[in-house]
Ligand binder design. Sequence first.
Ligand code: SF4
Ligand code: FES
Length: 242
Amino acid sequence: MSSRKLTFNIFRYDPNNPEIAPYMQPYSLEETEGMTIFVALNQIRESQDPSLKFDFVCRAAICGSCGMLINGKPGLACRTLTKNMPQVITLMPLPVFKLIGDLSVDTGSWFRHLSLKTESWIHTEKEFNPNAQEERMDNNEALKIYEAERCIECGCCIGGCATANTRDDFLGAAGINRVARFMVDPRDERSDKEYYEVVGSHEGAFGCIGLMACDDNCPMELPLQMQLSFVRRKMALIGFKV
Ligand code: SF4
Ligand code: FES
């Protein structure tokens, strides 16, 4: 592989030091075989600038911490190979989320708020019996739950969503997907009307304006628009009755 000299233009800003306005800082790096944006960022931090802030944990598209705007498109740094990118790569933090510094954002608080707002736990009157045998679940039902559970909470669908970028009350694709996950779970005893209270509004299923950026940007390739249609159809039917 003939080596390229890459230029990384990286957003720099420390919200704790607002006297210094945000700016873009260029770094040069020799491309190596199999290099990802994550590898490049680590090399820059180790050899050129220890002050550079960015997040990662797993390096394997599992933890969802390394979401950022890569040449304007939300994506995971640990999964993006530089060989598929032009020689100049611009990195910005994901919008919508609170900025911690440079490329690091606080997705955790956002998703915690989402969990509380959508009441992301099984609602049941059934009393828990620790001695009972595990209950079997129909395979098809389990697969539907598993499909929605594949979300790694990276925030790429939110960062790329026009509605989430303009309205901080919008649940976004990850939120609608989360609600769909509980709707298909036979253990959850919430009625459609109760779900309507959670997502039957412009903050939820009716806030999407259909630009489909969530589907384009989800690194786990979750069928987000399909989940939205599923939830929206159910809510529309209830909406006629309430
Ligand atoms: Fe990330 Fe996809 Fe989950 Fe959105 S739905 S947070 S893009 S994994
Ligand atoms: Fe975990 Fe990229 S470091 S998803």
